[in-house]
Design a protein around this ligand. Structure first.
Ligand code: DQA
Length: 261
């Protein structure tokens, strides 16, 4: 049985809603829409720092986190800076304090900064980043658990690769291991689900497996049926293709969680 870092919980599939606004007014509106859903629907918000233009200015990170905390008191925040290599917004440069102007150093400094920030419960680190090991280390030193992520926007992976990726992520020190792929067929989707169910049996960390796009939507509503512990959903704009509204996902995953008991 994997050990679940707070705020994730064994037996309850986490409904995560990304906040994708480029500016503070939009961020407020997204938080208000989540608040309007009432308690018990959304477990976690993912703040997509790469989409937020003011993040390029010192001081704005804390200010944005304070906005989220004010409108969604007690809501755990997963902080994600997605780089261009994993379809982040290329025109934005993260500009954490004392960072050098080139992206790799900035990535590390930004991740470390987010890991120490008030209100951040989890930080996303891209496994493919050249500084992933250092970023993981920075999070470990800050005492903040990491969602280690890998995306394939152009293909799905065969089952043995899926299992190898999850095993390597756990080995690297992930608190949660996440893989998102783009399927080209129904069998790509079922292969991801099959491989994840096997990986989940042997994994010491919780797993998240996503097949993006319409074909893969089943992975977002059926996550607990195949060993995936969370699903990324929408209240307003989607952050990736195939995401479903949070309320619908909550209903579906709650039903499947209950059926497992
Ligand atoms: O990595 C992920 C998963 C995701 O790409 C998805 O497919 O739902 C959405 C992103 O916001 C998040 O960072």
């Amino acid at each position: 049985m994997p050990s679940f870092p707070a705020p994730l919980r064994a037996g309850r599939t986490a409904v995560i809603v990304p906040l994708v606004s480029a500016e503070t007014a939009g961020l407020r509106s997204e938080c208000e829409q989540i608040a309007a859903l009432g308690p018990g629907i959304v477990d976690l918000v993912e703040w997509r720092v790469d989409r937020f233009e003011p993040a390029a200015h010192e001081g704005e990170i804390d200010a944005a986190l304070a906005v989220i905390a004010d409108l969604l008191p007690g809501m755990p925040i997963l902080a994600t800076y997605r780089t261009p290599a994993e379809e982040g917004r290329p025109e934005l440069r993260p500009n954490p304090p004392a960072a050098s102007p080139d992206l790799p150093d900035n990535y590390l400094a930004l991740v470390a900064r987010l890991a120490r920030a008030q209100g951040v419960a989890l930080v996303d680190v891209e496994r493919s980043h050249t500084l992933a090991a250092a970023a993981l280390d920075a999070c470990r030193r800050a005492g903040t658990p990491v969602v280690l992520s890998e995306h394939h926007f152009d293909r799905a992976l065969p089952a043995d690769e899926v299992r190898a990726v999850f095993a390597a992520m756990a080995e690297a020190g992930a608190s949660v291991a996440k893989l998102a792929v783009m399927p080209a067929s129904a069998s790509d989707v079922t292969e991801l689900m099959y491989a994840t169910s096997l990986a989940a049996e042997e994994s010491e960390v919780p797993l998240i497996a996503i097949a993006m796009g319409g074909l893969g939507q089943v992975t977002r509503v059926a996550a607990p049926a195949f060993g995936s512990c969370a699903t990324y959903c929408t209240v307003a704009a989607a952050s990736a293709p195939g995401q479903v509204p949070a309320r619908e996902a909550r209903e579906a995953v709650d039903r499947l969680d209950a059926a497992r008991d």
